[in-house]
Design a protein around this ligand. Structure first.
Ligand code: GLA
Length: 383
């Protein structure tokens, strides 16, 4: 891929000076907890976005999307949101450096990749984080990686309008080969766990439904959680976020919460507990317990948080029927995208067969099944 991009870059702009690879991410468990100061368990994967860039002397930011065969350019002094959706992921990142008081000089960039879009693998975070990394290198700004993660997250808030938490950009940047990241989103403390891939494997199944509803419904969920916190705070001012709330508290004040707010809060509190249990299972090398937490997470996302869909539910039910599948759940924001499945390697054939036989995308095609390799975060590609 990177060679193809270099070739396109040469044809359009000349000689590239920097190449960056930025992965997509999965999340094993801990969904919709990252904007509630909670725990998540993501990892970066071997699908990614690649960037080939070089400074130019025409005072323009010039982009070419290889996948979309489309270009976008703007004068460095005229940076603003565009009505081209894909360009906003990039422009939003440049804006963060400028907001921080930096001068970003004109540069050219060809980018492309193999992360399926709208599948819940964070193709947008991969783009944002990759470009932030490339600009930091080109301009030698020396921002820390965590700073670049925060710039990328802010780009998503301001230029795409999704009030996302930090999991996506964080996992994309800080992922490691064969390790999953337990991130405490309250203080950004990190613990890496080796992920055993000798006997078990991870696979995604793409529903074929893009998670388009995700943006607006996502922001609604966020507000519902904030409402819950505001109400609980009246009784206990030490509750700053749902991370501070317990099952006891939520049960005690159940009558005062709107039923929908109660459900959202209960889900988040339980999901945080599940991440802890899942990590314990990782240390004990206990895939059965890990998998049970995944199934339970899906139930919560479906019934309490209400972000699943018929397609996602069908895929999880099918996975459950296959002997050797340890756990399955919808992954990411919801309303479409993929399920993530923990499977005993010897059962993969059965799994594939069951899914292909019993599930068709809304267009009537067999679903895309993606085997996942956990691999390292955003980095420079050398020749
Ligand atoms: C999206 C957001 C993340 C996270 C997940 C749900 O992917 O970008 O910040 O909230 O949804 O866990």
């Amino acid at each position: 891929m990177i060679q193809k991009l270099e070739h396109v870059f040469e044809e359009r702009f000349g000689k590239a000076s920097i190449k960056v690879q930025s992965p997509g991410r999965i999340n094993l468990i801990g969904e919709h907890t990252d904007y509630n100061d909670g725990f998540v368990l993501p990892a970066s994967v071997d699908l990614g976005t690649y960037f080939v860039c070089a400074p130019n002397d025409v005072n323009k930011f010039r982009f070419f999307s290889y996948n979309l065969d489309d270009k976008y350019e703007t004068h460095v002094d005229k940076l603003e949101r565009s009505n081209k959706g894909w360009a906003n992921f990039l422009l939003g990142v440049i804006a963060q450096f400028i907001n921080a008081g930096k001068k970003v000089h004109g540069f050219d960039c060809v980018f492309g990749g193999n992360i399926p879009m709208g599948a819940g693998l964070s193709s947008s975070a991969s783009i944002e984080t990759g470009l932030a990394y490339a600009i930091n290198q080109m301009e030698q700004f020396n921002y820390s990686l965590i700073n670049l993660v925060k710039f990328s997250q802010k780009a998503e808030h301001e230029y795409s309008g999704v009030q996302c938490g930090i999991i996506d950009q964080f996992a994309v940047m800080f992922g490691r080969d064969d390790q999953v990241i337990k991130l405490d989103t309250r203080n950004l403390n990190v613990k890496y766990y080796p992920f055993e891939q000798r006997n078990h494997m991870l696979a995604l199944v793409n529903t074929g439904v893009k998670h388009e509803l995700a943006g607006s419904e996502y922001n609604v969920r966020r507000r519902e959680c904030e409402n819950g916190v505001a109400m609980l705070q009246e009784h206990d001012p030490t509750i700053q976020s749902l991370r501070d709330a317990s099952l006891e508290i939520i049960e005690k004040f159940k009558e005062e919460l709107l039923p929908v707010i109660y459900k959202r809060c209960r889900y988040v509190i339980e999901e945080n507990m599940r991440v802890e249990k899942a990590c314990e299972a990782l240390t004990k090398n206990d895939p059965d317990t890990f998998g049970q937490q995944m199934y339970a997470s899906h139930e919560g996302l479906k019934n309490l948080y209400e972000v699943s869909s018929d397609e996602l539910n069908t895929l999880v039910e099918l996975a459950k029927q296959v002997k050797g599948v340890k756990g399955a759940r919808m992954m990411g924001g919801g309303f479409g995208g993929c399920t993530i499945n923990l499977i005993k390697k010897e059962a993969f054939g059965r799994f594939e067969e069951t899914i292909n036989k019993n599930y068709k995308t809304p267009e009537g095609n067999p679903p895309q099944i993606i085997k996942i390799n956990i691999s390292k975060g955003t980095h420079i590609v050398n020749d």
